[in-house]
Design a binder for this molecule. Structure first.
Ligand code: AMP
Ligand code: ZN
Length: 490
């Protein structure tokens, strides 16, 4: 039974899908004016992890992640969507390119990065610029229903027509009236109203015809239009970073419910920010690390994934290089265990020939052997994820098993390596962790190792030392274990 912390109700709730066996989810995607950083990745990883969990649990998932390529203004995150410059246009002017070129470049960068860190591609990545007619339709309906008004070619949502405004973020109207950090637009009725459509100034680079003006949409209406287009009026899960809660998601709720008069997203999940030097990692603060930056220092994308999974999505996380080192070392521990299991002789495959004598020998040998209880580990792993996607706890289960499994392998007593390997691979896949493929050892090195083994059998240690040196000179190490000599690239 899955329990999810819902930002809307501020409590953990048992997840019930809208339609049995199906999950519809929407993730606020990137504004494609810059390289995505690992803070963004923390947010996208939540979506990926949720999707992988549901697929593992047997659901059919439809995952949508939008591409914001217009209308996100520099002040949108603090004000109400009517001040500041369009982030896309600002970047285009800076790079002497068109906004379309900027969008194309950074969208591609985003897809490449997601792939590197093994985030499953959404089933659809709708672009805001391709959904202007849907946005116009929503705005028209909001005007018809008395929730929005036009002035001088600008359209604003009248927040006072929604008594429930503030349910998600706690920024209810009475609080907003006192706080008033909001910009006064001359055409607004109330300072806390927000823009749905803005008339484009002369020479504005991105603008569309509309019933009100040649203009462009507000950032918030984009996500209402795109989520409902692909998931319906009501859908299961909406995710994003905590900065999206207000004003963005609060706005999405009233825009959508104002039109449909039905509940919008049923479960809202928000990632707490990834910090760097104690403050939110962000493009505007310039304290960001891209995945590329981290790969350049010799870490792997899976080390980063490991790092991000090692803290719960609702706890704050500070990026440090020490934490990166720890993540790499933990990942290697799992990888090594995986390698050792792969090397263990697999149990006889069903139907394979075994003589009676073989069977009795095996029986005799297995007396001291011990099986790891993979069913118990699986139950613990599932329970961790079912408790609001507790990935650090799920990893703890895998490490526990690794510790016990390594000990048994050291003693040559692990009886069910195949089962353990199967469980390890299934659970790693749920977390989206990929294994490093072991490099094939060249044949001539294998031959040297076999010769060395032979020399050792004949107690010709001078010859076996010579062969070891030769192997090492060729760039490989050789280690004698209970299962025989093991070769590795140095
Ligand atoms: P943006 O491209 O700025 O609109 O951000 C895309 C997504 O990343 C949004 O869901 C943000 O909430 C999220 N995000 C941005 N910075 C961070 C951060 N430092 N930690 C976690 N999530 C973030
Ligand atoms: Zn959004």
């Amino acid at each position: 039974m899955l329990r999810i912390y819902n930002t809307l109700t501020k409590q953990k709730e048992i997840f019930e899908p809208l339609y049995p066996g199906k999950v519809g989810m929407y993730t606020c995607g990137p504004t494609v004016y810059g390289k995505i950083h690992i803070g963004n990745l923390r947010a996208y990883l939540l979506g990926d992890m949720i999707r992988r969990y549901f697929e593992y649990a047997g659901y059919e998932v439809r995952a949508i992640k939008n591409i914001t390529d217009v209308g996100h203004l520099t002040d949108d995150d603090v004000a109400q969507g009517d001040s500041g410059d369009d982030k896309m246009i600002k970047q285009a002017l800076k790079e002497h390119k068109t906004p379309q070129e900027i969008a194309q470049f950074y969208e591609e960068y985003f897809h490449v990065t997601e792939k590197q860190i093994n985030i499953l591609p959404a089933h659809y990545f709708p672009r805001a610029t391709a959904h202007i007619p849907q946005m116009i339709k929503l705005i028209e309906e909001l005007i018809t229903k008395g929730h929005a008004y036009e002035k001088n070619g600008n359209v604003f949502l009248d927040v006072t027509t929604f008594p429930e405004y503030g349910r998600l973020s706690g920024n209810t109207l009475d609080k907003l009236k006192v706080g008033a950090r909001l910009e006064e637009h001359p055409d607004k009725k109330n300072p806390w109203d927000f823009a749905l459509w803005l008339k484009a100034p002369k020479n504005h680079l991105m603008k569309w015809e509309s019933p009100w003006s040649l203009g462009y949409p507000g950032w918030h209406i984009e996500c209402s239009a795109m989520s409902m287009e692909y998931l319906g009026d009501t859908f299961d899960i909406h995710t994003g970073g905590e900065d999206n809660i207000f004003p963005h998601h609060e706005a999405e709720i009233v825009q959508s419910e104002g039109v449909t008069e039905k509940p919008f997203a049923r479960y809202w999940l928000h990632v707490r920010h990834l910090l760097a030097d104690g403050v939110k990692m962000s493009k505007s603060k310039g304290n960001l690390y891209t995945l590329e930056d981290i790969l350049d220092k010799g870490y792997s994308a899976m080390d980063v994934r490991f790092l991000l999974l090692s803290s719960h999505y609702r706890s704050q996380m500070n990026f440090t290089w020490e934490a990166m080192d720890q993540a790499r070392s933990n990942r290697e521990t799992l990888q090594n265990f995986h390698d050792r299991l792969t090397e263990c002789h697999p149990e006889p495959v069903e139907g394979s020939f075994r003589s009676e004598q073989d069977a009795s020998t095996t029986l005799g040998m297995t007396q001291d052997k011990i099986s790891l209880d993979t069913e118990k580990y699986r139950a613990d792993f599932d329970a961790a994820l079912e408790e609001d996607f507790n990935t650090p706890q799920a990893l703890t289960v895998l490490f526990d098993m690794t510790k016990n499994g390594n000990k048994l392998i050291d003693e040559d007593r692990l009886d069910n390596p195949t089962d353990v390997l199967k469980f390890l691979e299934t659970s790693a896949a749920v977390l989206g962790l990929q294994w490093t493929k072991k490099e094939a050892i060249p044949e001539h090195i294998q031959k040297l190792a076999a010769d060395r083994e032979e020399a050792r059998k004949q107690r010709n240690f001078a010859r076996s030392d010579e062969l070891r040196e030769e192997i090492e000179k060729a760039g490989f190490s050789i280690e004698d274990t209970a299962q025989g000599a093991k070769l590795k690239r140095i």
